[in-house]
Each structure stands twice: as structure tokens, then as C-alpha cells.
Design a protein around this ligand. Structure first.
Ligand code: MN
Length: 569
């Protein structure tokens, strides 16, 4: 028995040593499947390798079951492999004590997830644990029924959500789908039976849409890297069906079209072309590029009335966004390593790190920016970084994580900018508290708002999050502007009338791109004879000199007839 894994590492490396060591330690053990136990260790290590983790992680993956299952001790590992690998193996061994309680309350489950993270001290431990769990789930059918159910519940409730929060959506979906038949067997059977026809129909339909879409894009000189279809995963479909009264007709993303392009500007160009061709379904447009999901997910989602007036969801993203969506934190590792190899400068990380509000993952990215070299980055992960975070609860039992020292005002802005702006009071565990009171983990926080109320400068003295600070400053700016008798604005809108031609939209988005202005909304309309069209572009509020630059650039684009702009609240 040997593994292709070994070919990636030199003889005598920690990976080779760990391989031999674990193979020997487990030599008498069998899995319930009848396979030698060591096959499990190889599988886990191969997954960790595929996720691009470092050598220490792969060695730890090979060794992860040695301490508990064999006569090997902690001291043996430390002596043979050194502190780092020993630390990872120790974390993995300790994690085994975590037991999913039966009939757990949602709060308990949430705490358990946090426990896994904080207990691990190093995110590599969590990631190796996830690889371990993936293989256990793939081989769950060999276990006795009772253990199957327990492990499946634990996977669905603890590990799949953890993977999701680390941005590893593909893994999260896989873990959920592997649990599904064990935790809801009847519903699973029902779903598989009832969905198969719908899936086939939708897939056929999507295949019909693709050529029309590609034609339209190429008319605008857009060549996507890839267009493919993605079928919704069973468990996620099941959860959505429960929310929509088990009505398949309401699930527009049963099969979605996914368009992968080269740049962010192109994402919006593609969106423009699609909305020009097919009417968007009202209020089904999500711009996760301008506003990523808390786990870092970025993409444009739109739902349109497509060919034969059927409703379909279309997702648009860049290759980098795609990899991040699938691999999350592991993708960042891969980028990190690739860039270190290619000698990229720190500057290249700005775009990744400053992008947005990213809760757990946000911190990691900031760290990556601070640690452009891989060694230091890995070092930094060894700190228990969650000790700097607190977790408080909304009245709806949603968990909000904030930096230590955060106040009710930070909390309010984390919920919604409007709630922050209009916040006049706060209750902690149902008792009224001052707005500058420090919050602590486990507290239930409620915000009292008053319509039309604006923040005061005083808040800047005590808020802890950049998010709150930013919103307060901009609200204060608007207040002064309003006082001066000018209209408060929240974005700038450009209206362009133009002669329609292929590539026009792309030129428009490129113009904004060159000026480093983020487009937050883009819509275009063409008259039926396709001689004349109008484009509406919105961006953040721009200064007069920036607006001037935009106007100059837009007017230079061949085909532009007229450009106007306004501030919109
Ligand atoms: Mn294991």
C-alpha cells in the first residue's frame, strides 16, 4: 500500500515519516468497512493536500488517530515530529471529546461550534477535522445504525455550518448531503423521487438557454471563461422547500446558470446584457459583490423571465470568486502559496483584504495582508484569535460576533445601518443600558430605534468597529450637508443615452473600472430596433471632481450621445 501523496514530498520529509509511523501504528487495526484502518488516514491526508494546506497539516492528518487508537503517546509524537505537528495532532485528539447533545437547543449547538473553533486554537486543526469528518461521512454506511444517526446529526449541525462559515461552501454542501439520508430518511426518499423529473426538465431547459446567452454576450464582446449549470444540492433544496411550503414551482434555482468571467467589471457587463435580453424578476437581484455574505461569498445573482417566459436564476462571478465560494479559507491558502511562489507584492492583497465586512473570515484576510510570507501567516494562525471576539445574541437568537469592547451601537450597525443610525437606546438582557456600555459574550441585546433619528458625534468616542465608525461619519456628513440646505445623498446615478453597439456596455464598465469606482447597480435598455439604448449606472457618492472624470471618460466612448448625473437618496 502506498499513496500518490508521497510523490509530492521528498523522501525523509515529515510527510514520509508520518506516513510510515502511522502505517505502523495502525497496522493491526481494521475499519468497520473491513479496510485496513490506515486507508482512512491516507484519505484524510489526501483531502488536506488537495486543499493546499502545508506539510505540517498533511503529516498531522496522517497521524490524527494515532494517539487515541493506538499505543502511541503524545510524547512519542513530539519527540519524532517536533512541536508544531504534535500541537496539531493534540488539537485533533482533543476535539474528539466533543459530543453532540441529543435534543440540543440552538444556542447550545451554536456554542458547540464556537467551542470547536476556539478549542482548536489553530484553524488548521478545524480544517483537518473537517477532512476527517468528510471521510467518516463517506463511509458511514458501514457503522451500526445508532452511531450513524448521531454522527450524521453532529455533521449537519456542527461541522457543515462551520465549513460554511469558513467559506468552504462546497464541503459544507457535501457534508449536508451526506447527512441527509440519515437524519431525515423519509424526506430524503421523497425528495429524490419527486425531484428527479424536475431536475431533468430543468437541465434540458438550461441547455437550451446557454447558446442564446453566449450569442448575446459575444455581441457585446464578452467571452466568459465558462458557462455551466449547477443543480441545487438535495439538502439545501429540502431546507428551501420547507420554507416555501414544499412547492417546487417556487424554487427558481433548482438548476441555475453560472457564468464565470475574468473581471468584476465584466460581471456587471454580463448582468447588463442579461437584463437587457430578459426581464428581471422583481426583487430577486442580489449583489453579493458589493455586499458579500458574512462568510465572504461574492457573486451576482439575478432571476429572470427567460426563454418561453420561464423563470431561471443566473449567477455571475469571476474565477477567483468561484474558487473562494467553493473552497473558502482553503482557497486563500492556495492563493497565498501561489503568490508567495510567484513573488507577488503585498499590494496585490489589498483588493482581497479590504473588500468588505467579513466577520470570521475577515480577520484571517487581514492577517494575510499583514503576513505576506507564508511562514509568518501560518505562525499567526496559532494564536487563539477568537479570544478577541465576543458573541452576543439578538432577540431572534441570531449570533452576532463583535470585537471585544464593542458597544450596543456597534451591535446596531452590525444588524443594519439604518438601525444603527436610528438607535436611541439599548437593552441588555432586557435591562436598559447606556449606549456606550461594553457588551459581553452571551448577552442578549435589543436596540430601541426612533424613526428619522441621526447619530451624534459623541458615538465616535466609544464605538469599536470600523463598520459603525464609517456609518456614523457618513451620517454626520449628510447631516451637515442637509443643514447647509443640500440634499442628502447615498449614491450617484449616471444616465447615459447611446447608440447601441456591441461592446458598449463593456466600455462603460471599463471606464468606471479605470477610475477605481465601484459600480453598485447597472441597468440598460434598448429600443426594439436596437438603434438607441440607455444605460443607468450607480456608484457610491462621488466628489464633483471624480464625477467630472467619469463624464469625460463616458463621453469619449464611441456611441455615447448624452450623459447626465444626479445624487439619489
Ligand atoms: Mn479519523
Amino acid at each position: 500500500m502506498s499513496s500518490a501523496l508521497l510523490d509530492h514530498y521528498p523522501a525523509g520529509s515529515a510527510v514520509h515519516k508520518a506516513y510510515e509511523f502511522a502505517k505502523n501504528a495502525h497496522k493491526d487495526d481494521m475499519r468497520e468497512s473491513g479496510d485496513p484502518y490506515f486507508t482512512h488516514c491516507i484519505e484524510v491526508a489526501e483531502t488536506v493536500h488537495a486543499w493546499h494546506l502545508d506539510e505540517a497539516s498533511i503529516a498531522a492528518a496522517l497521524l490524527h488517530d494515532t494517539i487515541e487508537d493506538t499505543s502511541v503517546t503524545f510524547a512519542d509524537i513530539e519527540k519524532k515530529f517536533g512541536k508544531e505537528i504534535c500541537f496539531l495532532v493534540d488539537g485533533l485528539t482533543k476535539l474528539k471529546v466533543i459530543q453532540y447533545p441529543e435534543d440540543a437547543e440552538s444556542q447550545e449547538v451554536e456554542n458547540l461550534r464556537k467551542f470547536v473553533i476556539s478549542f482548536s486554537k489553530d484553524l488548521r486543526v478545524v480544517i483537518i477535522k473537517l477532512a476527517d469528518r468528510l471521510h467518516n461521512m463517506q463511509t458511514l454506511k458501514f457503522l451500526p445504525k445508532e452511531r450513524q444517526e448521531k454522527i450524521a446529526w453532529e455533521t449537519a449541525e456542527i461541522y457543515a455550518p462551520l465549513a460554511y462559515r469558513l467559506g468552504m461552501q462546497k464541503l459544507s454542501g457535501e457534508l449536508e448531503d451526506l447527512s441527509f439520508p440519515y437524519i431525515h430518511p423519509e424526506e430524503y426518499r421523497w425528495l429524490v423521487e419527486s425531484v428527479s423529473d424536475s431536475y431533468t426538465d430543468r437541465l434540458k431547459y438550461v441547455k437550451r438557454v446557454q447558446p442564446a446567452l453566449l450569442r448575446a454576450l459575444s455581441e457585446h464582446n464578452i467571452r466568459p471563461l465558462r458557462v455551466d449549470s449547477r443543480a441545487k444540492r438535495y439538502y439545501s433544496l429540502y431546507k428551501k422547500l420547507v420554507r416555501y411550503g414544499m412547492d417546487f414551482e417556487k424554487i427558481y434555482d433548482l438548476v441555475a446558470l453560472r457564468i464565470i468571467v475574468k473581471t468584476v467589471e465584466e460581471c456587471y457587463s454580463v448582468l447588463g446584457v442579461i437584463h437587457q435580453m430578459w426581464q428581471p424578476f422583481p426583487s430577486q437581484f442580489d449583489d453579493y459583490i458589493a455586499r458579500p455574505k458574512p462568510n465572504g461569498y461574492r457573486s451576482l445573482h439575478t432571476t429572470v423571465f427567460c426563454i418561453d417566459n420561464k423563470i431561471i436564476e443566473i449567477q455571475i462571478r469571476t474565477q477567483e470568486m468561484h474558487e473562494e465560494a467553493e473552497m473558502g479559507i482553503a482557497a486563500h491558502w492556495a492563493y497565498q502559496q501561489a503568490r508567495v511562489k510567484k513573488g507577488y507584492t503585498q499590494r496585490n492583497w489589498k483588493g482581497v483584504a479590504n473588500r468588505s465586512e467579513l466577520l470570521w473570515v475577515e480577520q484571517l484576510r487581514n492577517w494575510q495582508e499583514n503576513f505576506p510570507d507564508k511562514e509568518k501567516f501560518i505562525q499567526s494562525l496559532k494564536v487563539d484569535f477568537f479570544k478577541e471576539r465576543i458573541f452576543v445574541v439578538t432577540p431572534d437568537n441570531e449570533i452576532i460576533d463583535l470585537p471585544r469592547g464593542a458597544t450596543p451601537v456597534d451591535f446596531a450597525y452590525r444588524i443594519h445601518s439604518e438601525i444603527g443610525d436610528e438607535c436611541v437606546g439599548a437593552k441588555v438582557n432586557k435591562k436598559i443600558v447606556p449606549l456606550d456600555q461594553e457588551l459581553h459574550s452571551g448577552e442578549m441585546v435589543e436596540i430601541v430605534t426612533h424613526k428619522g433619528k441621526k447619530p451624534t458625534e459623541d458615538w465616535l468616542r466609544f464605538v469599536k468597529t470600523e463598520q459603525a465608525r464609517g456609518h456614523i461619519r457618513s451620517a454626520l456628513r449628510m447631516k451637515t450637508r442637509a443643514l447647509r440646505g443640500r440634499i442628502a445623498t447615498s449614491f450617484t446615478e449616471f444616465k447615459i443615452a447611446n447608440q447601441d453597439r456591441p461592446g458598449y456596455l463593456k466600455d462603460v464598465t471599463a471606464a468606471f473600472g479605470e477610475l477605481k469606482i465601484n459600480i453598485t447597480y447597472l441597468q440598460s435598455q434598448t429600443d426594439p430596433r436596437r438603434t438607441f439604448s440607455g444605460v443607468i449606472v450607480r456608484s457610491e457618492v462621488l466628489t464633483p471632481s471624480r464625477i467630472e472624470k467619469v463624464l469625460v471618460k463616458l463621453k469619449k466612448i464611441p456611441g455615447t450621445r448624452e450623459v447626465t448625473f444626479k445624487f439619489v437618496e
